[in-house]
Ligand binder design. Structure first.
Ligand code: PLP
Length: 407
């Protein structure tokens, strides 16, 4: 037998993406055995009965015959024009079609934007909790993820002074996820101004993951980062997956802003990396103009009586009435991130809890530590199911936590 040279990349051992990890694999085994499961691990609107708005579906259907060629690596010019106009309207400086990159979801663009930036050992400031792709993509692009705390006691908002204290000569970028997955935090304008100031004083690229930009509740107001960043380099991410409920179409975009001379070669690097993967999914691109110029179909779901609002309210009511759970009210995005407290929290291990909840109660959630936090007493659920399903889910969660509290 020849020596086997098939080995995987060493740094993969540092990479975690537990939203689709071991627990999700075990869920498939249980389902194959005929066990019905309620799976709340992925913010996948289509899995909970949502469809992309009709006018988006029609835009793709009507244009499908013309979608067989590759497009420009940054995306169809007409589509980028719509995205640029949308960002210009909300105050993004210098938003022109040349500065728009269309990708196969924001996921691909997060990877490309970090790959274009990082040299080995460069550091990226990432929130804790984070959407774990940010940490994974930083590691896989030979960078170092440095997490800044967004503590539950502070509404999951960061302290700009603490963020600044983490900056070293190797720090290259500051990632802000707003509205936040998994915490549901929506960053106030004044806080964003302070974070921009930190980035500007230290010359860091601002990376604004705003994929949930239209999903806020009650009086929370989304403030885009780029208008506050002004001339300072900023890359803002958005897409069709959440606000437009079309995550399977794999369409996202990134918009570069800031004064041209300060961007250096970054624009060229993004373009080159985009060219290496040829282009993004073309049929999906045709839905973008319809999405950005058509009616607002997300707000009705987020206000009193709307599906997301009612499910969120059910979770808030249940957590308020439970001796085992504490919830920082999610003010945006598609998730609740409750903490287990009291007697049930003694010796609590979020992974064991998630496994037992699935095996014993048929509910799949994501352990909080999957989001790069140091504490281990949280879990994440998506707010996409009906309120009635969520009540049943939390009845089962409470039952398991009640057993923990008694043992
Ligand atoms: N960023 C955040 C914060 C997310 O929650 C997600 C998906 O859940 C993504 C990016 C990736 O989205 P896309 O479907 O556009 O790749």
């Amino acid at each position: 037998m020849p020596h086997n040279r098939l080995v995987t990349r060493e740094r993969l051992s540092e990479v975690r993406y537990e939203i689709r990890g071991e627990l999700a694999r075990r869920a498939l085994e249980l389902e194959a055995q005929g066990r019905p499961l309620i799976k709340l691990n992925i913010g996948n609107p289509g899995a909970f009965g949502f469809r992309a708005p009709e006018h988006l579906q029609q835009a793709i259907a009507q244009n499908l015959p013309g979608t067989d060629p590759y497009t420009h690596q940054q995306g169809l010019p007409a589509v980028r024009e719509y995205i640029a106009a949308h960002y210009k309207k909300r105050g993004t400086p210098n938003a022109t079609l040349e500065r728009v990159f269309v990708g196969n979801g924001v996921s691909e663009l997060i990877d490309i934007s970090l790959r274009a930036l990082l040299n080995p050992g460069d550091e990226v400031l990432i929130p804790s909790p984070d959407y774990p792709l940010w940490t994974a993509a930083t590691i896989l692009n030979d960078g170092k993820a440095v997490h800044y705390d967004c503590r539950p006691e502070n509404g999951f908002l960061p302290d700009p002074a603490q963020v600044e204290a983490l900056i070293t000569p190797r720090t290259r970028a500051l990632v802000i996820i707003n509205p936040n997955n998994p915490s549901g935090a929506v960053y106030p304008r004044e806080l964003l101004v302070q974070l921009v100031d930190v980035a500007a004083r230290h010359g860091l690229l601002l990376m604004a993951d705003e994929i949930y930009d239209g999903i806020t509740y009650d009086d929370a107001a989304f403030q885009p980062l780029a208008p506050l960043a002004g001339d300072h380099p900023c890359i803002s991410f958005g897409g069709l997956s959440k606000v437009h409920r079309a995550c399977g179409w794999r369409v996202g975009w990134a918009v570069l802003s800031g004064e041209a001379t300060r961007l250096g070669d970054y624009h060229h690097a993004m373009d080159l990396l985009g060219a290496l993967r040829l282009c993004a999914n073309v049929p999906g691109q045709f839905a973008v103009p319809a999405a950005l110029s058509g009616p607002d179909t997300i707000t009705p779901l987020c206000v009193d009586g709307g599906r997301l609002y009612e499910t969120r309210r059910a979770v808030m009511d249940i957590c308020a009435g439970s001796e085992h759970l504490d919830l920082v009210t999610p003010r945006g995005a598609l998730y609740a991130f409750p903490a287990v407290v009291g007697a049930a929290a003694e010796g609590f291990d979020d992974h064991r809890f998630a496994l037992e909840l699935m095996e014993d109660e048929g509910v799949l959630v994501v352990p909080g530590s999957s989001f790069n936090v140091r504490y281990r007493n949280h879990f994440r659920v998506t707010l996409l199911p009906e309120a009635s399903t969520m009540r049943e889910v939390f009845r089962r969660i409470d039952a398991l936590l009640g057993r923990y509290a008694e043992s």
